[in-house]
Structure formats: structure tokens, C-alpha cells
Ligand binder design. Structure first.
Ligand code: IMP
Length: 191
């Protein structure tokens, strides 16, 4: 079965491909020659994931899933949330995003946070949503060189190291995206 994962983020593609049964061939946006920017204009993670999945299904005709992730910090009322990718203004500048977050948390004692992923899945004219949550804490400074995004400053609950200190496999087992994709995989296996 061919399935499009509506992303060109090679970190995510690698993470997700490892979790899927070998009978599923994962295609990226580049693989289907979709080079245009898909707008993420919704106010929620679910809304943005749905926008992306629907765009591909409607324009390219593929069964498709799309994800949107946000880091939700308790003492900042859920910030950066749906704005995680452009928290410091410039899209995808992880260094600046982390710096802004660390500055905002400098005086806070509560450093609890969660990553939350919404996955929208379109298959055979049906639409499904899956959610994955990983709870943890924001560290006071960066640790590790693995992963991407906010990984160096996020320590998952029950661990003494950051996501960026973990191997792909270790992170996948407990990560927000890993959990949401596991739900998608279970669903695919039940079809
Ligand atoms: P996206 O919409 O899923 O691409 O994620 C939005 C933002 O959250 C991006 O800027 C990423 O840096 C960040 N992000 C998403 N997933 C992760 C993750 O697994 N670890 C750290 N940061 C992430």
C-alpha cells in the first residue's frame, strides 16, 4: 500500500518509516512532486494536520496522513502550542525558538510541558484523527545533539536526559509523534 506522509522533514520521515509495516510504502511530498507550500493557517494542531492531509488527497488523489505538533508549556498557558515552529518569528529557527522559551521560563518554577501531536489520516474517502502526548519538563539549558526542534531542552517524564540525548529508537517509543503513529499503525493493521 502506498501512503503519503505530507512532510519533507527527513527526521520525521525516518522516525515514522521505522514504525510502519514493510507492506506500506511511505511517500514524501517530494516523492509525489508536490513542491508548493501548504498553508498552516488553522488555530489548532488538529486543524493544521487536517488542512495538510486534505490538500494532498484533494489535489493529488492519494491516501495520506499529516501531522502537526506543538510544545505546550503549562506555566505559559500552553505556549508555544500551534505556533511552535515560528515562536521567535522566523519559521523553523529552532535555536531562536529555544532561546525565547528559555528566557520566558527564566523566572518560573513550574517547568512542566507536553509535546502533543495530531495526525489526520484520509483513507478511502474516510477521515480519522489520532493524538499522541508526551509529558515532561523544560530543562534550564540545552543537552544533546540528536533530534531536532526543541529536543535539546525537553526531558520526558521518568528520564534523566533530554530527547536530544536519546537514540531514534528510544525517542520513538515514548514520543508524542511515536504514540500518535502507533495508533495509526494499529488502525492500519485492523483494516
Ligand atoms: P510540526 O508542525 O510538526 O513541524 O512541528 C512544529 C514545531 O514543533 C517545529 O518547529 C519543531 O521544531 C517542533 N517539533 C515538532 N516535533 C518535535 C519533536 O519531536 N521534538 C522537538 N521539537 C519538535
Amino acid at each position: 500500500m502506498k501512503l503519503v506522509f505530507a512532510t519533507n522533514n527527513h527526521h520525521k520521515l525516518k522516525e515514522v518509516q521505522k514504525m510502519l509495516p514493510s507492506s506500506i510504502q511511505l511517500l514524501s511530498l517530494k516523492d509525489i512532486c508536490c513542491f508548493e507550500e501548504i498553508e498552516e493557517t488553522a488555530m489548532t494542531l488538529e486543524g493544521n494536520a487536517t488542512l495538510k492531509a486534505n490538500y494532498i488527497t484533494e489535489k493529488y488523489g492519494y491516501d495520506c496522513f499529516a501531522d502537526d505538533t506543538g510544545l505546550e508549556v503549562t506555566s505559559l498557558n500552553g505556549e508555544p502550542g500551534v505556533l511552535s515552529a515560528r515562536y521567535a518569528g522566523e519559521y523553523g529557527n529552532s535555536e531562536k525558538n529555544m532561546e525565547k522559551l528559555l528566557n520566558k521560563l527564566a523566572e518560573k518554577t513550574n517547568r512542566n510541558a507536553q509535546f502533543r501531536t495530531a495526525v489526520a489520516f484520509n483513507i478511502k474517502n474516510e477521515k480519522y484523527l489520532f493524538e499522541g502526548i508526551c509529558k515532561g519538563q523544560i530543562l534550564k539549558k540545552k543537552s544533546g545533539d540528536g533530534g531536532f526542534g526543541y529536543d535539546p531542552i525537553f526531558r520526558p517524564e521518568g528520564y534523566s536526559k533530554s530527547f536530544a540525548d536519546m537514540s531514534f529508537e528510544e525517542k520513538n517509543k515514548i514520543s508524542h509523534r511515536g504514540i500518535a503513529i502507533q495508533k495509526l499503525v494499529q488502525f492500519l493493521n485492523s483494516l
